[in-house]
Design a binder for this molecule. Structure first.
Ligand SMILES: [Zn+2]
Ligand SMILES: [Zn+2]
Length: 249
């Protein structure tokens, strides 16, 4: 068959697939128009609060002030983290917060791919060459994984790895002690709660890593994982999360 004929056949087939399985917004289920992109409708995308300047160049904590006046936050000034940057789809509020909750608690697995691709696209746009050797997810403790049955951070990491064409190591970081829930704890208590909880299970000498989690609130988890990864030999580390909390809880 001539190339034009194959192309026509392909278009017809895709048209049929779209007819029987129209692409829907991964969050609200609304039918997607072509210009909406792959996963989210325009309404949902417009309701994701973007993370815009000014923010901390290390942990992406947003501040109020004129755009462009980025500066280190008090926490990063006092003790710089092991990671060099945090990329997030937006601020942890409104529709994006709802999306994270659907992924985390309501088994909306398709959101793992949708949100993962969204943050991967933002991460890739910050670099002109491939900056990572491995994608690593923040682990759940074995007992917690048995209760919850899946780790939302790993679903995101798999999507991000696929988008960036970088291998994902699900068990590279291990949480060998269960921890009390972090919610409601101060940042200091969160850090204490996480001390000595993670370890690295493989050689990562000289590797450039991307650490993935669903949300960054105080940054205590990413700080502690980062410390362990750098001590394990990683040469550099960035963090990718779906959402960044606008203030410390
Ligand atoms: Zn939608
Ligand atoms: Zn900071």
């Amino acid at each position: 068959m001539a190339t034009g004929g194959v192309k026509l056949l392909k278009e017809e087939l895709f048209g049929l697939v779209d007819f029987f399985f129209p692409p829907l917004c991964s969050l609200c289920g609304q039918r997607l128009a072509e210009e909406n992109g792959l996963f989210f409708c325009r309404d949902c995308l417009a309701k994701f609060s973007p993370l815009v300047s000014p923010f901390c160049p290390l942990c992406s904590l947003p501040f109020s002030g004129p755009p462009g006046s980025d500066h280190l936050c008090g926490r990063c000034l006092e003790e710089p983290p092991a990671f060099s940057a945090v990329t997030a789809c937006g601020i942890y509020e409104g529709r994006l917060r709802e999306a994270v909750h659907h992924l985390k608690y309501r088994e909306k697995f398709q959101l793992g791919r949708a949100l993962g691709f969204l943050v991967a696209e933002k991460t890739a746009s910050r670099h002109c060459r491939q900056p990572f050797d491995l994608v690593v997810s923040v682990p759940l403790h074995r007992r917690r994984l048995q209760e919850r049955t899946y780790n939302q951070a790993l679903l995101l990491a798999e999507a991000i790895g696929r988008y960036l064409a970088v291998p994902v190591k699900p068990n590279l970081l291990r949480r060998f002690r269960p921890t009390a829930p972090q919610q409601g704890l101060t940042e200091r208590d969160r850090l204490d709660n996480l001390k000595g909880v993670f370890d690295v299970t493989e050689k990562i000498e000289g590797m450039r890593l991307l650490l993935v989690d669903d949300v960054m609130t105080t940054g205590a988890t990413a700080r502690e994982c980062g410390r362990v990864l750098l001590r394990g030999g990683a040469s550099s580390l960035e963090v990718a999360v779906v959402a960044r909390a606008a203030r410390h809880f």
